[in-house]
Design a binder for this molecule. Structure first.
Ligand code: ACO
Length: 217
């Protein structure tokens, strides 16, 4: 009964997405869990130099923010937003292993039917098509079960890898948001990119398979 109520309030949650095979392995999206704490903390503490230049500041230092003891409140905050229909917080799994996160946020229904999407992938597995596959699965989920019309993302102009991922998924640039977000100690410009369901013209995952970037498992 509660599942029925939450899924009608929040279409597409807590449904997983995938699988899709890329060079690094088999990629899936599944909801964040309380027991992700140890691997989340270990990975994000080790990957500080890889992640910090691109992630919004929280006012907390990196070590405290990513201590294993921080995860229960981070995770329950995300899941509470998910229950309210405002977020879909996913873990990116590669061959069943925690390898990053993909989050769909500010989900709005009605006449807007829009959300933002963001992601990170552990440095040990970058360059293998994981973010590209996760973003394609996330987009298909947004335009399918979540029934959105538009998905947007913001990215620093200097973030060449993430811009490449967004371009491969079909996002187009809409403008430059000046001093948009506090990242890595300063207010940073971000490019606003977006895609609507009409522009996708089918499935993002199918397009990756068609262009030889991924395979169905
Ligand atoms: N210049 C140009 N292209 C680059 C560069 C570079 N310096 N570095 C990598 N790339 C390209 C790769 O060639 C690859 O394209 P290809 O597959 O066509 O060759 C693409 O960028 C990366 O594709 P994937 O392998 O699918 O991506 P990956 O799994 O390596 O993850 C990501 C990329 C998410 C940016 C990862 O490096 C990461 O987590 N970085 C730190 C956090 C971050 O930047 N998150 C994104 C913030 S913006 C947002 O969320 C919308």
């Amino acid at each position: 009964m509660s599942l029925l109520r939450s899924s009608s309030m929040h279409p597409g949650w807590p449904m997983p997405a995938g699988p899709l095979r890329v060079r690094a392995g088999v990629v899936r999206l599944r909801p964040v869990r309380l027991r992700d704490g140890a691997v989340w903390s270990r990975t994000r503490l080790a990957d500080r130099a890889h992640l910090e230049p691109w992630e919004p500041a929280t006012g907390m230092d990196w070590e405290t923010r990513h201590a294993i003891t921080s995860w229960p409140s981070v995770c329950s905050g995300l899941r509470s937003e998910a229950r309210k229909g405002r977020m879909l917080p996913y873990v990116i799994e590669v061959d069943g292993q925690f390898s990053g996160q993909l989050t769909i946020g500010n989900v709005t229904h009605g006449a807007l039917r829009s959300a933002w999407i963001g992601y990170w992938v552990a440095s040990s597995i970058t360059g293998g098509g994981v973010a590209t596959a996760a973003l394609a699965l996330g987009l298909d989920h947004c335009f399918g079960p979540v029934m959105l019309h538009r998905v947007e993302a913001t990215v620093r102009p200097e973030n060449a890898a993430s811009r490449a991922v967004l371009t491969k998924a079909g996002f187009r640039e809409e403008g430059l948001l000046r001093r948009y977000l506090e990242v890595d100690g300063a207010w940073r410009d971000h490019k606003l990119v977006a895609i609507t369901v009409e522009e996708l013209n089918g499935s993002a995952a199918s397009a990756l398979v068609r262009h030889g970037h991924a395979n169905w498992t």
